[in-house]
Ligand binder design. Sequence first.
Ligand SMILES: [Zn+2]
Length: 272
Amino acid sequence: MKKLAAILFLFAIACKEQPAKKISLSQMLASGTWVDLSYSFDSHTLYWPNNPTGFKLDTQFNGITPAGFYYSSNQFFAPEHGGTHLDAPVHFAKGKWSSDEIPLQNLLGQSVVIDVSSKTKDNADYLITVADAEAWEKENGKIPDNAVLLFKTGWGQYYPDAAKYLGTAEKGTDAIPKLHFPSISPELAAWLVKNRKVKAIGIDTASVDYGQSKDFKTHQIIYAENIVGFENVANIEKLPTKGAFIIALPMKIKGGTGGPLRLIAWIPGNAD
Ligand SMILES: [Zn+2]
């Protein structure tokens, strides 16, 4: 009898559900994958055609100092809006957040990726529609509140080839009407601010308005709501349809209307 009791006791222990293993934050983060969504800044960084200058890096010193140690230091100059960058809401909406005023919470969040690359293939002037967002929701559920909404047009494959990515490699004001790349329709922008609650909108083209836009309506609509923008987002194709975690760290320019942006994503792995 004693023996049976001991066996039953051991059996009961074996059957007892294992308590959920506690893992630390660093273990959890180590189990996922980090994705770099920023392009490097260099002499090839793309800017709007009428920007008088691009990204400039001047060497201040690079070599052995008189004291015998190696030292290097540069200075850089760049317009706010080019390469992978932030659009602060004040860029198109007076009185709204400048770069330094955006709360950190508005620069972080769960991503949603709406892929319209099949629509842009033969149409560089494609405007992403409300129907595109609705089709995504039909398959994936409602765009969650506080999401970082990213649009994948497939244009990232052309960066930094200006002729392909922007539609023209020409510079100056006369080149602006020659811009051709897809982006978000003002109708979709209006639908999003009215019906969904996203905190940031990003795209893998040069602007949240398409190349042929004259009035930058999408900029006006979303930035009036203090939604922040990310333009020239890199590596969008490496993100899942939803559920990655985005961290956007723009240069904290006081009073800035935008600026160079280090944009990264964390994709959860199988933590065990
Ligand atoms: Zn911008």
